[in-house]
Design a protein around this ligand. Structure first.
Ligand SMILES: [Cu+2]
Length: 226
């Protein structure tokens, strides 16, 4: 279901959306109920000449009801969201492809394994701001930063992950449809933050392999593998 959110193009994005709509539905219903009750009470018990205030010590039944119902809702939400969280951010499934993305002021350095299939070796393929990923494959992203905290944000993935200097963060996705999207940096990382933009292409596996093969290894010293 999509009402106004951007497209959801990974296997887990629709589950996050569903959670969002459940929360919106519950909080929206409570909001309406509370506001309508408030308005009704304001009108019904407004001040009138000769009317005196009544005093009450509360009502046990009502208090139990308004405690137990929210408690049940919160337990349900906790269990349900924990389930989604574990899937999205728990141990990743075995990857078909691994990519390393290193954020720096103000670009995304993207590293693919070369013909030897190993990341961090001399034949790695490097691109800047151009991330291509195959549809229907599990991709494990190793996210790093060279300088300050950046944040890897692809709205269509429903993923926003900080890139922290000195840490390697892992996140995984499996894309479900082809398309062109943008990678934004969602952390104010310096004066050039606004232009820290990457381009994401999701394409069928064969097209991805062709693109990868067309990226001739850059003639760069291979020292910067860390
Ligand atoms: Cu940044």
């Amino acid at each position: 279901m999509r009402v106004w959110l951007p497209e959801a193009v990974t296997t887990t994005a629709p589950e996050i959306d569903r959670l969002f709509y459940i929360l919106l539905g519950i909080t929206g219903a409570v909001f309406l109920l509370v506001q309508l009750t408030l308005i009704a009470f304001v009108v019904r018990y407004r001040g009138r000449p000769g009317r005196r205030a009544g005093y009450t010590h509360g009502n046990l039944t009502v208090e139990i009801v308004w405690t137990v119902i929210p408690a049940l809702i919160l337990v349900y939400l906790a269990v349900h969201s924990q389930h989604v969280w574990a899937k999205v951010r728990g141990a990743p499934p075995p990857p078909d492809l691994e990519v390393e993305i290193t954020a720096e002021q103000f670009a995304w350095n993207i590293r693919y394994a070369g013909p030897d299939g190993a990341l961090g070796s001399a034949d790695d393929l490097l691109t800047i701001n151009q991330l291509h990923l195959p549809v229907g494959q599990t991709v494990l992203i190793h996210l790093k930063s060279k300088d300050v905290i950046h944040s890897f944000f692809v709205p269509q993935f429903r993923v926003k992950q900080d890139a922290v200097p000195g840490l390697t963060t892992r996140l995984w996705i499996e894309a479900t449809q082809a398309g062109q999207f943008e990678i934004a940096c969602a952390e104010l990382c310096g004066l050039g933050h606004y232009r820290m933009r990457g381009f994401l292409t999701l394409e069928p596996a064969e097209a991805f392999q062709q693109w990868l093969a067309s990226q001739a290894p850059q003639a760069e010293p291979s020292e910067q593998s860390s």
